[in-house]
Design a protein around this ligand. Structure first.
Ligand SMILES: Cc1ncc(CO)c(N)n1
Length: 230
């Protein structure tokens, strides 16, 4: 069992609340309201900007060239690959990248991204990668779960672009690399006494992922100025 499976097994309720969230199930069934998906995708773009900073922090926190390159691969996967999906889908709704970037961050987006950045600032490289792991590895698991028969079988599924991105070989390979790197880092930096602390970070990140889905399901268009009661 690798360190990722150990972390998952130590926090089953939190993990399930994330990967089996109602948003995920509705997306898989094709019944997710498009408004919820749009809210999610705009916030996810803002999320990825902050996660790119977290991977950049991982470069800085690296003492070896191999760790630096692993962090750089994560940064590049976000900036050069994953965000293209968001730009492409938002473009279909007439949203330009500058407009998405200018959207206000939701509380759930701030909570999750700043939590991860703080794990990296206050902790070491292993803390940071443990906090990042539910994100990258979780989406690979969700992608596979929503496309059990492969991406070609998605047909005209309303969310086939999203599912296809995360179920596709390129993303699966990024997640597998991140997982191998985490295992290698844990072999070098983890003591058994530290495991429960790391599992607590992992559980918190998983709950913040679940909150992120919930934020999109709960979103109602604002009627007044941002933040005013409607
Ligand atoms: C909220 C969230 N978690 C994970 C990923 C995968 O990178 C993402 N794009 N957004």
């Amino acid at each position: 069992m690798d360190i990722f499976d150990r972390l998952k097994q130590a926090t089953p309720a939190e993990w399930t609340s994330y990967v089996d969230h109602a948003f995920v199930r509705q997306m898989g069934a094709g019944t997710l309201p498009q408004q919820a998906f749009r809210t999610y995708l705009v916030q996810d773009y803002l999320f990825l900007i902050q996660f790119a900073r977290a991977y950049a922090l991982a470069v800085y926190k690296s003492r070896t060239l191999a760790d630096m390159r692993a962090a750089q691969a994560g940064l590049s996967a976000i900036l050069d690959v994953e965000m293209d999906l968001h730009v492409r889908l938002c473009g279909r709704w007439g949203l330009q990248p500058g407009q998405i970037e200018a959207a206000p961050e939701h509380q759930a987006t701030i909570a999750y991204t700043r939590f991860v950045l703080d794990c990296g600032m206050s902790g070491d490289l292993l803390d940071l990668h443990v906090a990042l792991a539910p994100c990258v590895v979780g989406y690979a698991e969700i992608g596979r779960r929503l496309a059990p028969a492969g991406t070609a079988a998605l047909g005209d599924h309303p969310y086939r672009d999203w599912i296809g991105e995360y179920a596709g070989d390129a993303y699966q390979e990024i997640a597998a690399m991140a997982r191998r790197h985490l295992d290698d880092l844990a072999a070098r930096a983890m003591t058994e006494r530290r495991f429960s602390e790391l599992a607590a970070l992992f559980a918190k990140a998983s709950l913040l992922e679940a909150d992120f889905w919930q934020m999109a399901l709960d979103d109602r268009p604002l009627t007044g100025p941002a933040g005013s009661p409607s």
